[in-house]
Structures are given as structure tokens and as C-alpha cells.
Design a protein around this ligand. Structure first.
Ligand code: ATP
Ligand code: MG
Length: 263
């Protein structure tokens, strides 16, 4: 069974894209067949994987556009090999037009799920990098996914933001768009471990959500290596394989492979 994980959080800059590429690399390193999907018109994942979003076509945009227009979509044409052991379904900036086009589309929440259907059996994991909103593209990701991974920036009051994405997940379940959608877990990102605050935030999140939701054991610490690897168009595993950041994402991948508390 393919696991389709949406990396989603409506707040911007919390580490969704960084988590998508590095988790893709870590799962691939552990022998999994992985596809990373850029579902954000900002195209950061596409760029982070070393591609130029202004010069990449076909992309996820073409596949979704065909589906919206009632045409046969051939999403396989939009899959690219990266320099690493996972595949990429990239985005181009025109993807922003899809969000508008979806509004008047029949079964508008299910367009991505339909597009991914034919290629799903090729992979063990499909990771979807979402844009920072709770708009229709994100709802499409939540409808297509088997689970959601929620990155939260390790800072004061950060836990509040989790409430909104969790309630969108609940809506998607309740409206029967995806009744079995699970929460893969909460990942604390950009932690500054020199401060006591980090421990407080970690504790607050465990208290608030830890009963029903897995809080991943490793914290992703703040490191300049992440920005450097993005600029180099590589995952941190490829850029600096023995770094703390690479090791942390390997650990998250192992926890995901083990399964565990998610619901
Ligand atoms: N652990 C980290 N330490 C330091 N910098 C990080 C870390 N994780 C991510 N970054 C950097 O922070 C910025 C935001 O991260 P990222 O793009 O992954 O967030 P995002 O949630 O995808 O943002 P958006 O909501 O805009 O899509 C990037 O420049 C990234 O390189
Ligand atoms: Mg992003």
C-alpha cells in the first residue's frame, strides 16, 4: 500500500518544503520508492530539487489543468528523476491559476486524487508539499493523502497554528472527502536548542496534542546547512550527509516506516 503524506500547515515558513525534500531523500536512502510532489505555486520544492520552475514543463500544472478541462491527463510525463534517489513531480508558477479554475470544477476537491491514481502503484511513498494556506489546493492534498505531517516551528504560541490545520483535517473526514485520513505526526522544526523556550514549547505541544497524535522524537534544529543545501539544489542528506540535520530527518523517516500512533 502506497502511503501518500501531505506536508501541510497554513502558516508560512515553518519548514514544509525542507521537510518534504529531506524526508523524500531519507526514505529513498532506506530503500523506499519515493515521489515528491510540489503543490505550491511558489515552486520552492522544484527549485530545492535543482530545477528551474520557469523552464519546467510539463509539470503538475499540466496534469491538473487537463483534469480540470475534462481531458485525459498523463501525469507520468510530468515526473522527473532528481540527482538523488527519489522522483519529483514539479510545479511551475502557473499552478496559481489552478486554484481559481478549481472553484468551478466538478468534484473540485478530488482533482489531485484522480490525477495521482495511475502512478500511485509505482511508489511506496508520495510526499506532497503544500502551500501555506487552507485553500483548495491544500484540500485536494488532504483528500488525496493517507496521512498528514504537520511541521510546527518551535517557538512560543506556535502550537496554536496546529489547531487550524487539524480542524481542516476533521472537516475533510467529516464531509466524507477522505474519511480515513490520518495524522502522521507533528514535527517540531527550526528549534534553537540553546534556549529553555524550546523545551517549554516541546512540553506544551506534547501536553496539548500528544495523547492522540505522534510527536516525532527528533527535533529539527536550526542550522545554516538547510539554507545552504537549498541553494545547492540538494537535500541535506546529499549536501552534508553526516550533519545533525541529515541524521534528524533519517530518524523521522525511520519513525514513519515503523508506523505508530496516528489517528
Ligand atoms: N531547521 C532549519 N534551520 C534553518 N533554516 C531552516 C530550517 N528549516 C528550514 N529552513 C529555512 O527556512 C526557510 C523556510 O523553510 P521552508 O521553505 O521549508 O518553509 P515552508 O513552510 O515550506 O515555507 P512556505 O510556507 O513559504 O512554503 C527556508 O529558507 C529554509 O531553507
Ligand atoms: Mg514551502
Amino acid at each position: 500500500m502506497t502511503r501518500i503524506i501531505a506536508i501541510a500547515m497554513q502558516k508560512g515558513g515553518v519548514g514544509k518544503t525542507t521537510t518534504t525534500i529531506n524526508l523524500a531523500a531519507a526514505l529513498a536512502e532506506q530503500g523506499q520508492r519515493v515521489l515528491a510532489v510540489d503543490l505550491d505555486p511558489q515552486c520552492n520544492l522544484t527549485q530545492h530539487c535543482g530545477f528551474d520552475p520557469d523552464n519546467i514543463s510539463p509539470s503538475i500544472y499540466d496534469a491538473l489543468k487537463a483534469e480540470v478541462d475534462g481531458l485525459q491527463s498523463n501525469v507520468a510525463e510530468s515526473i522527473y528523476e532528481t540527482d538523488e534517489a527519489f522522483h519529483l513531480l514539479p510545479a511551475q508558477p502557473e499552478l496559481s491559476l489552478i486554484e481559481v479554475a478549481l472553484i468551478n470544477t466538478l468534484s473540485r476537491e478530488r482533482v489531485l486524487a484522480t490525477v495521482l491514481e495511475s502512478i500511485t502503484p509505482w511508489y511506496d511513498f508520495i510526499l506532497i508539499d503544500c502551500n501555506p494556506s487552507l485553500g483548495l489546493l491544500v484540500i485536494n492534498a488532504l483528500t488525496a493523502a493517507t496521512s498528514v505531517l504537520i511541521p510546527i516551528q518551535t517557538e512560543y504560541l506556535a502550537a496554536r497554528g496546529a489547531f487550524m490545520i487539524l480542524s481542516s483535517i476533521e472537516t475533510v473526514r467529516r464531509k466524507k472527502l477522505n474519511p480515513n485520513l490520518k495524522v502522521e505526526g507533528i514535527l517540531l522544526t527550526m528549534a534553537d536548542t540553546r534556549t529553555i523556550l524550546t523545551k517549554d514549547v516541546q512540553e506544551a505541544i506534547r501536553q496539548q496534542y500528544g495523547d492522540g497524535i505522534r510527536i516525532f522524537e527528533p527535533l529539527i534544529k536550526r542550522s545554516v546547512r538547510f539554507g545552504e543545501s537549498a541553494a545547492a539544489g540538494l537535500s541535506i542528506l546529499a549536501y552534508d550527509s553526516s550533519s545533525q540535520g541529515a541524521e534528524a530527518y533519517r530518524q523521522v523517516a525511520r519513525e514513519i516506516l515503523k508506523g505508530g500512533k496516528n489517528g
